[in-house]
Design a protein around this ligand. Structure first.
Ligand code: GLU
Length: 291
């Protein structure tokens, strides 16, 4: 079993991260497997080396160990580019020049109760989607001066297998038993819309990078919070389109504050470093998160 913890170095780790990392570590160790750390720093406007250093320090303090060198997404832009080029050549992407304001204006239909939300926010209304469904991009490389969106309804229409896609889930919703989750591409098209796979400024996206990297690292069990459950369908579709096998998924419960609100990186009071400064031990942290 190979598990991983994949934080973005954009703020301090909190109890929720500690739970996720320790659970992934414990699961791998219980099977004599391997636990990997990956730094998800594609958003260079928000990633900071001081947060990366703090991540190493906090995780070491918790007792976790991992092989080095560590994979950092900022070193992997060429791999993401190859995946994007492949999808582009297959005619599955289109260039989008819309700004946030354009999308907000196109989706502002108060009589319909406002825009519909998917895992990436407002569902894209399709303004830049080309009408020509027989587009052939084989002569060109993917443009870099625009965002590239997955044409998900076209993918759904062309999908050669009428059976649904599926993934194996062992997490909280299954009460830790194993379930096979089926979904159809028509459903996915309705609930996510045409998501951005390459942002104009970075040339990739969370969804694309995570799929390429989990495959490159041979991750067999993705252990992460339930907030990413819906995004998993996008990841499984991308694995399918890129010819990668799907890992097993384990989406765990989220650690909440006393008011039931999900912890976020800005809740500095719950930062692991704050507990450390108050003299907490790693065993205290384990107890606090219910491990
Ligand atoms: N980097 C993501 C985060 O910090 C986690 C990605 C994942 O586990 O798939 O939320």
């Amino acid at each position: 079993m190979i598990t991983r913890f994949a934080p973005s170095p954009t703020g301090p780790l909190h109890l929720g991260h500690a739970y996720s990392a320790m659970l992934a570590y414990d699961m791998a160790m219980a099977e004599n497997g391997m636990f990997l750390l990956r730094i998800e720093d594609i958003d260079q406007t928000r990633a900071r080396s001081k947060w990366e250093a703090q991540i190493y320090d906090d995780l070491h303090w918790l007792g976790l160990r991992w092989p080095t060198p560590i994979m950092r997404q900022s070193d992997r832009l060429d791999s993401y580019r190859s995946a994007i080029d492949r999808l582009w050549h297959d005619g599955q992407l289109y260039a989008c020049h819309c700004t946030r304001a354009d999308i907000a204006a196109a989706t502002a239909a108060p009589q319909e109760g406002g825009p519909t939300l998917g895992p990436d926010g407002v569902i894209y209304p399709g303004t830049c989607r080309p009408a020509d469904i027989n587009r052939n991009h084989s002569q060109h490389s993917a443009p870099t001066d625009a965002a590239l969106r997955l044409d998900i309804s076209m993918v759904a229409r062309n999908f050669d297998d009428t059976s649904a896609l599926s993934f194996t889930e062992t997490g909280a919703r299954q009460n830790r038993s194993t379930a096979v989750i089926d979904f159809t591409l028509a459903d996915l098209a309705r609930t996510t819309g045409d998501i951005v796979l390459a942002r104009r400024d970075v040339g990739t996206s969370y969804h694309l990078s995570v799929v390429v990297d989990d495959a490159a690292q041979g991750v067999t069990h993705v252990v992460r919070g339930e907030d990413l459950y819906d995004a998993t369908k996008i990841h499984v579709l991308l694995q399918h389109l890129l010819g990668l096998s799907s890992p097993t998924y384990h989406h765990h419960r989220l650690i909440r504050d006393d008011n039931g609100k999900r912890l976020a990186k800005r809740d500095d009071a719950r930062a692991l470093s704050a507990y450390r400064a108050e003299g907490a031990t790693p065993a205290d942290i384990r107890r606090l998160v219910g491990l």
